[in-house]
Design a protein around this ligand. Structure first.
Ligand SMILES: Nc1ncnc2c1ncn2[C@@H]1O[C@H](COP(=O)(O)OP(=O)(O)OP(=O)(O)O)[C@@H](O)[C@H]1O
Ligand SMILES: [Mg+2]
Length: 224
């Protein structure tokens, strides 16, 4: 099968400090037409890798390329317009007073009219069952509600690719199933995704390729 490489890592190395390398000379091509899961034990470097892919962290050696373009040459805003990134801690997404404001915030900077903004907010609030919480403070939501809101705030930006770091944290099995349905729906609409997860349910149900990392190196790469 001829797969289009959406993200490519070339000899990627990274350390938070000069005496400890966290990501070790990774080479990887990630296609948009299959869901890729990244798995591995705590501290193996998954979140670090996700942040490198987004250009939030800068490699010490090597590079990250999105559709052949060097991420280090792209602004975070430009990367963010192509890739939606879910932080492992959903609270990192929130900075307004109400859930409605949170969802509308990014659209205010785009050339989108008020009615259209409201329609998009309403649609996502409906999908993610957050209607009763419209006026609530994002920081006071339950863990599962925070997770759903964080994903909704990413989707409002209409990214073509998603990197989700532990998207099912704090979700009960019913909510996991719902999230799975929503992610599958996005797949059908052509949105690609990489999912960093410990959650066997979501890995098995969602992904076609599973990459395992250990101490910053790829130790397994399998397609279902
Ligand atoms: N800001 C930081 N400064 C220094 N070291 C860090 C920092 N963030 C992470 N690390 C270290 O980098 C290593 C990889 O961390 P990372 O968060 O990428 O792991 P992970 O695979 O996502 O783990 P988890 O499954 O617990 O989320 C760990 O040893 C961690 O202590
Ligand atoms: Mg992590």
């Amino acid at each position: 099968m001829n797969r289009l490489n959406f993200i490519e890592l070339k000899e990627l190395s990274f350390g938070y400090t000069s005496n400890k390398t966290i990501i070790k000379r990774l080479n990887l091509k990630i296609s948009k037409d299959e869901v890729t899961s990244i798995v591995g034990s705590n501290g193996s470097g998954k979140t670090t890798l996700g942040k490198l892919m987004m250009g939030i962290l800068k490699p010490t050696i090597g590079g990250v390329y999105i559709l052949d373009e060097d991420v280090s040459q792209m602004s975070l805003a430009l990367v963010g317009s192509k890739i939606g990134y879910l932080f492992q801690n959903p609270e990192k997404h929130f900075f307004t007073n109400t859930l409605e404001e949170e969802l509308g915030f990014i659209l205010k900077f785009k050339d989108v009219n008020e009615l259209s903004i409201q329609q998009q907010i309403d649609e996502l609030i409906e999908i993610f069952e957050l209607n009763h919480l419209r006026k609530s403070s994002p920081l006071l939501l339950s863990q599962g509600e925070k997770q759903r809101l964080a994903i909704a705030t990413i989707l409002i930006n209409k990214p073509e690719y998603l990197i989700l770091d532990e998207p099912t944290t704090g979700l009960d099995i019913e909510r996991k199933r719902e999230l799975l349905n929503q992610l599958n729906q996005l797949r059908e609409e052509g949105i690609g995704m990489t999912v960093i997860s410990h959650d066997q349910f979501i890995i098995e149900e969602l992904s076609q390729r599973v990459i395992k990392i250990h101490r910053g190196e790829i130790i397994d790469d399998q397609r279902n």
